[in-house]
Write a protein that binds this ligand. Structure first.
Ligand code: NAD
Ligand code: LMR
Length: 328
């Protein structure tokens, strides 16, 4: 039996993500929580003829506790999205507190759940979540993930004309680092099956993967950021975690994890000087089984991208840790 919970389920990501989870035969029980509108979203989805039993909760009447109790997987897309001209870091002021509060409740009511953080800035909200779980004495680094799958999905899509695959997801295009601008590092030298990016297209493609989010924010013109592609990516990652938890082998996805707590992570921590980093992770019954180091043999261009990434990530991570330690 798998119980999945979406926190922020009535939002732009939350609704289509909940739809995909409701349609997924691996999910038996789906609980939707938001500060508004979840009864309506849950009633609507409940008419879909699929396996999952669905419930909707609001903060009143212990809604968060009821949603979280018995959860195996909790996905968090709660929080405000960007408007044109904003960075993801500009969201910190509001979203840091939202994530902190929600993770405090997860620590209390679903301490063993896999936690998938979508809320931005991911580079800081995941360190916040880790600190909250540590303070509650329930931190299992193998069970906490920053969802960076949208960067991978974008990289697969934007390189499709070179990979030549019919379905963009059939190419593996690793994207590592963090989830904002220069901290997003696509490693085109490590694609599989191998293909070449023409030299005169390299910079533009890297830039498009790094700033793909801005493309959507600009096009939506004040109405928010990526929601549908994020729901696709969030579902892909949640499904991978669920399948691996049920024993499926060989599932690897890049995700932002606490390196010292995941097998193989120490090498990456040593190479980058960072505690948190997105890297391909082999998933298993207990979550992140192994962090795979793909830093060896990167090109000179990729080394430069990694330098900028590490510099940016360091500050984002520290900001999250500080906030969690110092806010009441
Ligand atoms: P949205 O405003 O459409 O939805 C957010 C939802 O969160 C709203 O329904 C709101 O009521 C709810 N919410 C606010 N506070 C809450 C709380 N304390 N508990 C529960 N729910 C709460 O925004 P969106 O477009 O769905 O984006 C959500 C977040 O996801 C943003 O921070 C955005 O930047 C981020 N995002 C991340 C990625 C990624 O790749 N990781 C991609 C896209 C968007
Ligand atoms: C994205 O990459 O689309 C998200 O992080 C949302 C954003 O603010 O760009």
């Amino acid at each position: 039996m798998v119980k999945a919970v979406v926190l922020g389920a009535a939002g732009g990501i939350g609704q289509p993500l909940s739809l995909l989870l409701k349609a997924c035969p691996l999910v038996d029980d789906l609980a939707l929580y938001d500060v508004v509108n979840t009864p309506g979203v849950a009633a609507d989805l409940s008419h879909i003829s699929s396996v999952a039993k669905i419930t909707g909760y609001l903060p009143k009447d212990d809604g968060l506790k009821l949603a979280l109790t018995g959860a195996d997987v909790v996905v968090i897309p709660a929080g405000i999205p960007r408007k044109p001209g904003m960075t993801r870091d500009d969201l910190f002021k509001v979203n840091a507190g939202i994530v902190k509060g929600l993770v405090e409740s997860i620590a209390e009511f679903a301490p063993k759940a896999f936690i998938l953080v979508i809320s931005n800035p991911v580079n800081s909200t995941v360190p916040i979540a880790a600190e909250v779980l540590k303070a509650a004495g329930v931190f299992d680094p193998k069970r906490l993930f920053g969802v960076t799958t949208l960067d991978v999905v974008r990289a697969e899509t934007f390189t499709q004309e070179y990979s030549g695959v019919k379905n963009a997801a059939d190419a593996t295009v690793p994207v590592i680092g963090g989830h904002s601008g220069e901290t997003i590092v696509p490693l085109f030298s490590k694609v599989s099956p191998s293909f070449q990016i023409p030299a005169d297209r390299y910079d533009a493609l890297v830039n498009r993967v790094q700033f793909g989010g801005d493309e959507v924010v600009k096009a939506k013109d004040g109405a928010g950021s990526a929601t549908l592609s994020m729901a696709f990516a969030g579902f892909r990652f949640a499904e991978a975690v669920i399948k691996a938890s049920k024993g499926e082998k060989g599932i690897v996805e890049p995700t932002f994890v606490y390196l010292p707590g995941v097998a193989g992570g120490d090498d990456i921590a040593k190479a980058t000087g960072l505690d948190f980093f997105s890297t391909p992770v082999e998933l298993g019954p207990n979550g992140a089984e192994k962090a795979i180091n793909i830093l060896d043999g990167v090109t000179e261009q990729e080394k430069k991208l990694l330098e900028a990434c590490i510099k940016g990530l360091q500050g984002n991570i520290e900001k999250g840790v500080e906030f969690a330690k110092n806010s009441p």
